[in-house]
Design a protein around this ligand. Structure first.
Ligand code: TQI
Ligand code: ZN
Length: 174
């Protein structure tokens, strides 16, 4: 069963924009993977997400950072903290630059320099979808093992389809 946060923080408008931190110079497949995560939530809510070229004006600001980066939460190198985000109206969406992010393109395994058995490999799309569900949209953790919002993800595993529990949760908010 899903949870929502106290005070029900959520977006009051439906058409949201997102942008990637220009200094990161992220490869296209990273951007596409994160955008695909947003579109999975868009498919089941009245919300829409559109990329904008103006980073400063975007509702959702996506960046990769290492260690201390001016946030309340610090990144800690490989594993543990992978990503975090801040509720509306902030919309900061940060990934830990020190993870071995695995990026898939379509159903094809994409960049994975250290091979699939690497125990620190973390699937970017799975983490993006989970984290968007949290602070960016307003869902807490779910006790439903299959849910995207269940609080564990096995290393190297992909979990990229919203489950009924996730959809029920987000539809109770939007
Ligand atoms: N980040 C934790 C998490 O997402 C911490 C967190 C952020 C959190 N917002 C929250 C916890 C709101 C409770 C409520 O759970 S993490 C996973 C996991 C993380 C963890 O970096 O540890 C995923 C990020 F555990 F599910 F695998 C993504 Cl998928
Ligand atoms: Zn979580």
């Amino acid at each position: 069963r899903y949870e929502i946060f106290e005070g029900r923080p959520r977006w009051k408008k439906r058409a949201l924009t997102f942008a990637f931190l220009p200094q990161n110079k992220l490869p296209d497949n990273y951007k596409k993977t994160i955008a695909r995560g947003l579109s999975k939530w868009q498919a089941v809510t009245p919300l829409s997400f559109r990329e904008t070229g103006s980073y400063s004006k975007a509702d959702i600001k996506i960046g990769f950072y290492s260690r201390e980066h001016g946030c309340k939460h610090t990144f800690d190198g490989v594993l543990r903290e992978l990503a975090h985000a801040y509720a509306p109206p902030f919309g900061w969406f940060h990934f830990d630059n020190n993870e071995d992010w695995v990026v898939h393109q379509g159903d094809q395994p994409g960049h994975d320099s250290k091979g699939p058995t690497m125990l620190t490999a973390i699937d970017l799309e799975s983490v993006a979808i989970h984290e968007i569900g949290h602070d960016l949209l307003g869902l807490g953790h779910s006790v439903d093992r299959n849910a995207i919002m269940f609080p564990t993800l096995a290393y190297g595993v992909r979990k990229t389809e919203l489950q009924k529990d996730d959809v029920d949760g987000i539809q109770s908010l939007y």
